[in-house]
Design a protein around this ligand. Structure first.
Ligand code: CTP
Ligand code: MG
Length: 182
């Protein structure tokens, strides 16, 4: 089914985004809060804000690589259409694709925060649908330098991601892993 295929493809991006957020609840590293913008301002407003940390970027990207490794092993047992394009690619290709999806997702999130600050939306305030789609856009854009899964998968992701994002945020909120439900 195309929905499962799309979800399987985008998993490294979802993982990076999820673990960047979870990183603030992981003992030992949770106190490493150095913001990517080092607290700098641009025209009186934060460049990115305290919500974008090196911790989140590194932890998120690391977990996307773990997922990429798992995808390599699972891919032999799945018959998704897009996997046929990858034609039994080696582990190194899956790692490259997943690290581009993961870091691209987090770069997309950073670009979104940069724009939010410029238009005056404070850190943590909602900006739908960009909060929900930034990481899909960033992940697919960056990873397309090595592989693009097609418009059908992209369309499916644009439709289902905001729904999954909302559901997972509500769960994270109920588990007290997030302060707000969006
Ligand atoms: N996070 C992080 N580093 C990142 C991305 C996220 O540490 N690169 C953590 C931060 O604690 C952040 C939380 O995950 O507050 C939720 O992420 P997100 O919703 O992307 O950030 P916001 O705080 O909502 O900030 P913004 O308004 O800039 O999106
Ligand atoms: Mg947010």
């Amino acid at each position: 089914m195309i929905v499962f295929e799309a979800l399987f493809f985008i998993l490294p991006a979802y993982t990076a985004n999820g673990f960047a957020s979870l990183s603030r609840s992981i003992p030992i590293i949770k106190n490493w809060t150095t913001p990517i913008d080092f607290g700098k301002n641009l025209f009186g407003k934060r460049l990115l804000g305290d919500g974008k940390t090196y911790r989140g970027f590194i932890v998120g990207t690391f977990f996307s690589l773990l997922i990429g490794t798992a995808q390599f092993f699972f891919s032999r047992h799945l018959n998704f259409n897009y996997l046929k394009d990858l034609n039994n690619s080696p582990l190194s290709f899956f790692l490259l694709l997943s690290v581009l999806l993961g870091s691209g997702a987090l770069l997309g999130d950073i670009v979104k925060s940069f724009i939010k600050r410029r238009i005056g939306i404070n850190r943590g305030r909602p900006w739908p649908p960009f909060d929900q789609l930034d990481f899909i856009a960033g992940g697919i854009l960056l990873s397309s330098i090595v592989y693009f899964p097609g418009w059908k998968i992209l369309t499916v992701l644009v439709i289902i991601t905001p729904i999954i994002h909302l559901l997972s945020n509500v769960i994270a909120y109920l588990l007290k892993l997030k302060d707000v439900w969006w």
